[in-house]
Structure formats: C-alpha cells, structure tokens
Design a binder for this molecule. Sequence first.
Ligand code: ADP
Length: 341
Amino acid sequence: MFTTTRLKLTGWYLLIIMVISTIFSIGIYRLLTVEIERGLRMQRYRMEFPGRLPSSRLFPFRGVDPELLIEIKERIIWRLVGINALIFFVTALSGYVLAGRTLKPIEEMVEDQKRFIADASHELRTPLTSMKTENEVALRDKLLTIKDAKKLLASNLEEVDKIQRLSNYLLTLSRYQNTASDLTFEKIRISQVLKHAVDKVSVLAKKKKISIQKEIEDIEIEANSVSLTELVNILLDNAIKYSNEYGTIYLRTKVRKTSVNIQVEDYGIGIDPDDLSSIFNRFYRADSARSKTSTDGYGLGLAIARSIVDLHNGKITVESTLHKGSVFTVSLPGKHTGSTI
Ligand code: ADP
C-alpha cells in the first residue's frame, strides 16, 4: 500500500518540479533567442555600415542570418532538454527518497494501529471463546442441573468482567492519548492525590496483607488531579499485584528545585532486564508476570501511566532487580522555590 503511495507522491513531486522547470526553460529560450537575434542584427549592421553606432536600444536593422539563427536555436533547445532531463532524474531520485521520509511516520503510525487492533481483538477473543465453549457444552448437556447452570452463569460473569475491564482500559488509554488539550490543569496538593490513590488500592493491599508506607514531602503542583490519581493508582496496583503477601510498599514524594518526584518502591518479583525497555508498550507483559498472575492484567496499565506522564510533560523511569523488587519514579516538572507545605 505504501509503495504505491510513495510512487504517487514521487510522481506529484516530479510533476510540480518539471512544470516549473519547463516554464523556466521556455522563458530562458525566449529570452536568449530574442537577445541573440538582436546581437546578430547589430553585428550585421556594423558589417554593412562600419563606424556607425546604433542610436537607440531598439535596433532598426532587420537582416539576420536565418541559418545561423536556426543552428543557435537548436543548440539552445538541446542544452535545455539536457538540463531538464538531468533535473528529471535528480528530482525522481530525491523525490522518491523524500516521499519515503514523509511517509515513514505515517507508515509507523498505521502499523502501530494495526498491531493495537490485532492485540485488542486477541485479548477480547480469549474470554469470548471460553464463554462460547462453556455455553455450547452446557446446552448439549441434557442432564444440566440448576447447580451446574448457576456455576456456568458465574463463570460467564467472570469472563464478562474481564471484557469490561479490558474495554475500560482501552477507553482510558484512548482518552489520555487523544485529549491533550482537553485536560484541565489546576493547583493541587500532592498529598491529596496520593491519599485518593492509596484509598483506591487499600482493599487489594489488605487482601494481600501488604502495608503501604508513605514518606511524603507535600507541595502544591499544577496538574490534572484525576489523571494523576489514576497514574499513582496504576503504580500502586502493580506494586501490590507483583509483591508477595505481607510485603511492604513505599510511596514517596521528593520536592526538587525544578521538579517533583513521585516514587513507588516494592520488594516483589522484580523485572527481568530484558523486559525493562518494553514494559511501557501496550499489551506487553513480562513472562514472570504472566506466570504469577495468570490472566490478571492486560499489559495496558503502564502504557496508560506513560500517556498521563507525557500529558504532564514529565518522565517515568524504572529500576528493577529480578526477584528483589522495583522502583518506579515519576518526575513532574515545575519550579518549586518556596518551602514544602
Ligand atoms: P499488567 O500489570 O496489567 O500486566 P502493566 O502495563 O501495568 O500491565 O505492566 C506491564 C508489565 O510490567 C507487567 O505485566 C509486569 O511484567 C511488569 N511490571 C509492572 N509493574 C511491575 C512491578 N511493580 N513489579 C514487577 N513487574 C512489574
């Protein structure tokens, strides 16, 4: 698809340049021939009336050697054709290269979209296939009891939950990837954001008997409260998910002169160095995470986190040691000169 488009674009570049070049060539040809005719007329006049100079620029003498003129015109035409042929080849070559460069980011975006749709469809198909199979088997079972039917419905609900979770993730991701200008930024207290995020994961933490230790330097920052809460929530949720029972998670903020750092540290399963560069990609899940949490997760949380950080012109980094734990650090820009709250 992109080869045809590239060729078409090259064709357009070529057409534009060649139209301009032809117009210039015709202009140059006309200008040169007029001047040459004039020069020849002058020469002839000097030869016929030696010593007499022309009194005006419009030379009155009409006699020009027609053969010489034709020869000169032909030579000019061939020169111009040669120059235009050179322009044609140079433009064709550079146009093809330029068209490739112009189309490259679009091609990458389309590829990315295709991959995203394929991954999303795959994730949707898994629970749907499982539900379909279970229902078909149940329908064929002539001795299906109420108890079996209820079990089936419960299992179906679990699958529906998964689909719902996935669609929520996808909606959140598309919201933060498309609405840079829609987000309203206001002055918010960082401690408030962290409190909301911790409240949201408290049930999950309690379930695994994990304690969340806060070491907060509070300050007011310019940010979008809802998305920032979501970002901290994702990091805490992962820290809990990938920690063992009775673990401890540290949630810290550090105020720097030109930024505020939010840090989530856990002592869980850690991340393989080979996976570190990919974990922020959509649908990426490290093998260690797959085996530990089986189907719990779609690999979209950190992609959403990165989109939110990008919207705040911040940076997100991770340091991790396999089987030891991970530290995620979000650095949000902003000048902070006064004391912390
Ligand atoms: P999900 O957690 O749903 O799989 P994420 O996008 O949040 O998706 O994370 C992507 C991957 O990064 C996870 O599958 C896991 O392999 C790894 N990961 C993220 N956070 C942690 C963490 N705190 N500890 C270990 N691995 C993590």
